[in-house]
Ligand binder design. Structure first.
Ligand code: NAD
Ligand code: DAU
Length: 339
């Protein structure tokens, strides 16, 4: 079995590669990643020593290079993680999101049609459903919730989802889609809430909380997401969408305070800053379908997962220190220069 993993040098894709190499030692995994600011080869250092793993620096929008790799490797399954994934960056510059997230998805699926595939899996997000009110805790996203996006990022992901379903209906491409809530864990790029707060707190820097900090996210430990995708690509029904989430809703401010507490840092580091434009209030997944059909449920509690994550950042300073220099500073500093 050969699996193509696009975006495998990023956060979730790399965790998926490690999970699969360990769980299925007889599989060959080929990572396709063009190493944007969010992709790092240092993340795949251990995988690169495994003879069943190959890394290819390819942009998923590069049709020729993608086709060439299909001819060489004859993959059985493609799991498409590659994406521009940061909402704030999409608000500043939507174009690259449209290219990678939509055009890139179509190139990967065209290759799957041309060369044949057992399964194309699209890694999507709960953000395609828009947001829920914070005063209606009884409401959750199901697979039938209409798509209703807020940001250029979520709109590009929703467009990709529609394209995937259209390739299934029009060309009969065997596809599945997973729509997951917010992940956290090792190798999370320190521009996203949890790793940013950890690395800033460690350096006694301000912790920028958008608006009042009352927006709610549904947090899932990344390994639980990897397990869900493994189940879907093997046992999920062709043409189906699966919601993946933790029933673990927390306000942003709760998370930031928890991180301060775990690291023994004062809450006075917290700084309320200008809110994100179009900021989604609450995400909350109903994961009943994947539980009922595939037996999946989240195995790591937030209380355990956040401790494991903080420990990982403490033990892997070399990884994130390399990352927060260079291009990241170029993006991050101007963003907060007037606060
Ligand atoms: P990430 O930003 O950490 O990693 C993205 C990876 O894709 C990077 O390695 C980058 O180099 C690569 N990439 C970007 N553009 C590319 C291109 N044109 N060609 C080849 N490679 C390219 O993202 P992540 O947080 O790991 O998210 C992975 C996927 O999961 C995305 O599709 C995202 O929409 C989805 N998702 C993320 C979350 C989350 O909480 N992080 C939750 C639900 C869904
Ligand atoms: O729900 C799934 C989505 O989760 C994925 O599709 C996205 O790829 C992923 O980035 C994530 O999107 P969010 O916008 O929810 O994640 P982010 O970490 O950027 O922000 C989480 C919350 O924290 C959000 O309400 C904004 C807030 N925030 C974020 C940052 C970076 C802050 O208050 N301060 C910050 O500095």
């Amino acid at each position: 079995m050969t699996i193509f993993v696009t975006g495998g040098a990023g956060f979730i894709g790399s965790n998926f590669i490690y999970y699969m190499l360990n769980k299925h030692p007889d599989y060959r995994l080929v990572c396709i990643d063009c190493l944007t600011y969010a992709g790092n080869l240092s993340t795949l250092k251990n995988a690169l020593q495994n003879p069943d793993f190959r890394f290819c620096k390819i942009n998923i929008c590069d049709r020729k290079a993608v086709y060439r790799l299909f001819e060489e490797e004859h993959p059985d399954i493609v799991v498409n993680f590659a994406a521009e994934s940061h909402v704030d960056r999409s608000i500043e510059n939507p174009e690259v999101f449209l290219n990678t997230n939509i055009i890139g998805t179509s190139v990967m699926m065209d290759a799957c049609r041309k060369y044949g595939i057992k399964r194309y899996h699209q890694v999507s997000t709960d953000e395609v459903y828009g947001d829920l009110p914070v005063d209606r805790p009884d409401l959750f996203f199901t697979e039938e919730t209409p798509l209703h996006t807020s940001s250029p990022y979520s709109s590009s992901k929703a467009a990709a989802d529609l394209l995937v379903l259209s390739y299934h209906r029009t060309y009969g491409l065997p596809v599945t889609i997973s729509r997951c809530s917010n992940n956290y864990g090792p190798y999370h790029f320190p521009e996203k809430l949890i790793p940013l707060m950890i690395v800033n707190a460690l350096a006694d820097k301000e912790l920028p909380v958008y608006g009042k900090g009352i927006n709610v996210r549904d947090w899932l430990y990344v390994e639980d997401h990897c397990k869900a995708i493994d189940l879907i690509i093997h046992n999920g029904k062709n043409g189906e969408v699966y919601n993946v989430g933790g029933h673990n809703e927390k306000q942003n401010i709760e998370i930031v305070k928890m991180i301060c507490h775990e690291l023994g840092k004062p809450e006075s580091l917290i700084k309320y800053v200008e809110d994100r434009k179009g900021h989604d209030m609450r995400y909350a997944i109903n994961p009943e379908k994947i539980h009922r059909e595939l037996g999946w449920y989240p195995e790591t509690s937030f209380e355990d997962g956040i401790k494991i994550t903080i420990k990982w950042y403490l033990e892997n300073e070399e990884w994130w220190k390399g990352i927060i220099s260079g291009e990241f500073q170029y993006y991050y500093n101007p963003k907060y220069s007037n606060h």
